[in-house]
Design a protein around this ligand. Sequence first.
Ligand code: GLN
Length: 483
Amino acid sequence: MHQATLTQVRDKLRKKEISSVELTKAFFKRIEAVDSKVGAYLHLIEDEALEQAKSADRKIKSGEDAPLLGVPLAIKDLICMQGVKTTCASRILENFVAPYDATVMKKLKEAGAVILGKVNMDEFAMGSSNENSAFHLARNPWNFDHVAGGSSGGSAAAVAAQECVASLGSDTGGSIRQPAAFCGVTGLKPTYGRVSRFGLVAFASSLDQIGPITRTVEDSALMLNVISGHDPMDSTSAEVEVPDFVGGLERDLKGLTVGIPKEYFADGLDAEVEKAVRAGIQQLQSLGMKTVEVSLPHTEHAVATYYILACAEASTNLSRYDGVRFGNRSEESDSLFNMYTNTREEGFGEEVKRRILLGTFVLSSGYYDAYYLKGQKVRTLIKQDFDRAFEVCDVIAGPVSPVPAFKIGEKMEDPLQMYLSDIYTISANLAGLPGLSIPCGQSSGKLPIGLQLLAKTFDEATLLAVGHGYQQATDHHTRFPEL
Ligand code: GLN
């Protein structure tokens, strides 16, 4: 059952072929057996999970039903769950216990899910490798010398290493899609505004979005059904209709058009990744889809734009960690000012500090117009590139990452190299678009490769239908690493 999809697990539970308690215990056993090597989990919530599982079993027995009833999940450790630590993989929040449930947590609980624990990430979701976790690494289950990806490295590694059925991550610039690609699982970043961010610890509020990491597109659709919808607690969550994403999966793909951005197949793209992605696009063609070349001419400015805007927003969002209201406080200070600075000096890691400095700089008087304001303007140009491209296609296909999972330590000394590896994922966040990452092959080093599909805002239905069609015709998503 460790390898079963969410849909299969749910059916088995409903038919009472397995109980949620048995399943939950089996996952904790699995975690005990492999997680010292993988490092996906930051903390387990065993007692509560077993209580949730018992309650699910009681409900199933009495004929009740709910979309995730009895299904064991893992949650990225920046989503608040009442009474449980939410550390954001940061020293500063090491002892922070969430006083309330995030809206997505509330929805998962109402849907009957069993929460196994909170999973690893880059500190405050800043990173592309999970190496910025203040606590420990999450390794790639396909090869422990390689990174799991980031920032939702724990969420992706836990699904790939069969330590949960599915998980939630968050995506500000690729943090769901890239680790999903590196670990050979399916990751969905919904449209900005599709899912409430209430109770998600903020990194860059105009870009952050919560989404599922799963074994299949069908499972992603199921999770999206549960977590979507307007929330009065998050004014950026959109008041748009939520279709039944599972019900829309079997749509005929004939007549749909895939756009292939020429800028996504340029210098810097690894040859094996290109080959696998192009084969993926061919597969879409053989399902009856047409292809058309499109151009996203401002792609070359995406990395700079993202890192200016994301850092600006992070620098203001993280100002709340001052030793007074949230998290840890430095013990050794002789004045209020020193208490602030010592707390932040001790509590934040290198990358977080770098971004606070960058963000403060680009927002400061005299530089605001040159960097932040200009960044906002380029963001509009990037959005307009997509508007134009989507006039001639229904989805856009390309790579998720220019390379498969890189070696641990390989990019840590050079932040710019790390930032550049986000080239294909960050534009979707800047433009607010939904994006899907699905396995489409393996490198010669046996590391998974991901195919990225993007769609118009709030058109996850088309995105998921195309991804599902692809997975019905291929078996890349059915492979598991041997641990
Ligand atoms: N890798 C990107 C960054 O470091 C994206 C992170 C994310 O999506 N949270 O900011």
